[in-house]
Ligand binder design. Structure first.
Ligand SMILES: NC(=O)c1ccc[n+]([C@@H]2O[C@H](COP(=O)([O-])OP(=O)(O)OC[C@H]3O[C@@H](n4cnc5c(N)ncnc54)[C@H](OP(=O)(O)O)[C@@H]3O)[C@@H](O)[C@H]2O)c1
Length: 252
């Protein structure tokens, strides 16, 4: 019960990595606010947490809408009395392309959801996190640590998220707030099922798998890292961008 008595918000908590993080946090004693745009998956996660004896609240919100940000933080604090952990996991990939093939709309959407929304949510949550001496876990990507072909907008958004994490870690350490990031490599989820299908169709899927010395990851692998960073086990850790990548970034 490493998060006993803590209250956490997990954005994008209805599916994929966010769902695994929400379930794991609840198993470790946290009360969890699961958020995302679609209500049905949020309700399913909240119902499952309740069935396992935990406490959860489903709060539909679109992190790219500025008005939804204070509403989300207020919903957590009003219902659960405090906020200790913010997991910025909601993210989007609208296109995988070079600069020449990336539209302004795709650029803006990925920067909005993957970076600007995180800035806004952190800013809104900070007074609560300072009060609770809490922490933030940002779900970035290995694409935020190094370049990759056809990832201009996504890579820029995740690279920005890594630097946002480091800057905020420095700014708020004295106030007792830790800020860390996780940089996952490839975990099959809704986000990349189109890519998996295309790679399988064109016979390139095994090449992707082979680039990960330990093979592809599961959402639970990312959830375990998020639990560590969010818990007191990581009390002397702030400003890191932790690759959770099956060894992908060990190679030059
Ligand atoms: N899977 C990987 O290989 C991988 C690798 C590195 C990093 N990541 C990162 O991990 C995070 C989770 O991705 P995933 O792989 O678990 O894919 P996913 O299942 O598609 O999760 C993305 C989540 O974000 C939510 N979301 C998207 N836009 C939103 C918005 N505007 N407002 C609120 N919620 C929004 C989605 O819910 P709604 O559609 O209902 O809003 C969904 O639950 C993302 O930040 C992604 O970039 C994933």
């Amino acid at each position: 019960m490493r998060l006993k008595g803590r209250v956490a918000i997990v954005t994008g908590g209805g599916t994929g990595l966010g769902r695994a993080i929400a379930l794991r946090f609840a198993q470790e004693g946290a009360s969890v606010v699961v958020s995302g745009r679609r209500e049905a998956p949020l309700r399913e996660v909240a119902r499952r947490i309740g069935a396992e004896g935990g406490r959860a609240l489903a709060v539909p919100a679109d992190v790219s809408k500025p008005a939804d940000i204070p509403r989300l933080v207020r919903a957590a604090v009003d219902a659960l009395g405090q906020l200790d952990i913010l997991v910025n996991n909601a993210g989007t990939v609208t296109t995988r392309a070079s600069a020449l093939d990336t539209t302004d709309a795709d650029w803006e959407r990925m920067l909005d959801v993957n970076l600007t929304a995180v800035f806004r949510l952190c800013k809104q949550a900070l007074p609560e996190l300072i009060r609770s001496r809490g922490n933030i876990v940002n779900i970035a990507s290995v694409n935020g640590l190094a370049g990759a072909p056809a990832r201009v907008a996504y890579g820029a958004s995740k690279g920005g998220l890594v630097i946002l994490t480091q800057c905020m870690a420095l700014d708020h350490a004295r106030e007792g707030v830790r800020v860390n990031a996780i940089c996952p490599a490839f975990v099959p989820t809704d986000l990349n099922q189109d890519l998996v299908a295309e790679l399988k169709r064109t016979g390139r899927f095994e090449t992707l798998v082979a680039r990960h010395p330990l093979g592809l990851g599961d959402p639970e692998d990312v959830a375990a890292a998020a639990l560590f960073l969010a818990s007191d086990d990581a009390r002397w850790i702030t400003g890191v961008a932790l690759p959770v990548d099956g060894g992908l970034t060990a190679a030059l």
